[in-house]
Design a binder for this molecule. Sequence first.
Ligand code: ADP
Ligand code: MG
Length: 256
Amino acid sequence: MPAPCRRKAERSDMKDNPLGTEDNPGTGTEILRMKGITKEYVMGEEISHVLKGIDLSVREGEFLAILGPSGSGKSTLMNMIGCLDTPTSGEYYLNGKRIADQSEASLAHIRSKEIGFIFQSFYLLQRQTAFQNVELPLIYANMPDRERKRRVREVLAKVGLADKMDHYPNQLSGGQQQRVAIARAVANNPTILLADEPTGALDQGTGRQVMELFHSLNDEGRTIIMITHDRKIAEHADRIVSILDGNISEGDLDDA
Ligand code: ADP
Ligand code: MG
């Protein structure tokens, strides 16, 4: 049974954390730390340095945006954060675990337990209803039948789709499909919600609704890392880090 998240207001450590600043609200425990993460691809004679030494720390309850133009290394970094790919060098700790030390089985477990993935193109199964799409990861997680059905209804209601549970993806709008994907991502109560260009396939108004949903999930204590090229979208987050040409820096580069 997933533990309920604490509301932001209830987290007294937010007020007391000496590390807390406006740009980097201290919200308690550090749940992600990267130190000197690099990624290189060898293509024939050439080595392409895609990530050039990423240092990043994320605390529980943060809503962080990673902002950068196309080709800057955002998706590569997302794959590292999500344990979908391994760095060439550097250290990565997630929830206290050193990722380089984990077996493939343990990484699969971490991906399904610790990370809720959200992608630009939703990746819903077309022959499954909204309910079934959300239920699937809970089946993989061996959640008992009754609890599982209850949880699916609960998260679909949370994203405003209580009346659309039996619809197939092609019977839903883009924004609704992304909300199903968000329900699926939070169903298993992951440590981090990790979104790569979550509004990239949506019109502005629908994108804003998805951001409102992120705000309400974050208000409940959910940690969110959102990757985007869109400054307007990034500004929804409490903290922005910029990525440019494989290097990361605190804040929005254009504000400097
Ligand atoms: P973004 O998501 O910010 O657009 P990516 O992380 O997808 O950027 O890509 C960053 C750079 O890394 C690009 O120049 C891309 O061509 C290169 N790249 C990504 N994946 C590979 C790969 N598998 N092999 C070689 N180069 C890659
Ligand atoms: Mg990308």
